[in-house]
Design a protein around this ligand. Structure first.
Ligand SMILES: [Zn+2]
Length: 117
């Protein structure tokens, strides 16, 4: 946990100085599916949803999914059910496939995004 927080802090500090640590961008000079996520996340924290989507739509989608997961688990806890766990178990392969497709779509979008060059 401390390591993960340290990495996030390091990325945010490097981002402030406009230093890109993306391996794919530094090697091939094209943005990866995750490029712009830090800037999009910062804009999301500022409440600039449109600007966040312009950088990368993944952090907004991730935030929405996280809210749904938390609410779903709270409802499950109150009702003493495990519908979320059953849903994930039942649709695990579809969730993984959709995640891969979504990542590819975002990558194609990122390749044409002038903000990421
Ligand atoms: Zn990248």
């Amino acid at each position: 946990m401390i390591l993960a927080l340290s990495i996030v802090l390091l990325i945010l500090i490097l981002n402030l100085f406009n230093i890109r640590i993306c391996f794919i961008y530094n090697l091939f000079h094209i943005p990866c599916p995750g490029c712009g996520c830090t800037r999009a996340f910062i804009e999301l924290l500022k409440g600039n949803i449109n600007k966040s989507i312009e950088y990368n739509p993944l952090p907004l989608l991730l935030a929405i999914i996280c809210v749904i997961i938390v609410l779903w688990n709270i409802i499950d806890y109150i009702r003493k059910e495990q519908t979320f766990k059953l849903f994930v178990k039942k649709y695990q392969k579809i969730i993984i496939l959709l995640s891969i497709i979504l990542t590819i779509i975002v990558w194609v979008i990122n390749l044409r995004n002038p903000l990421l060059y």
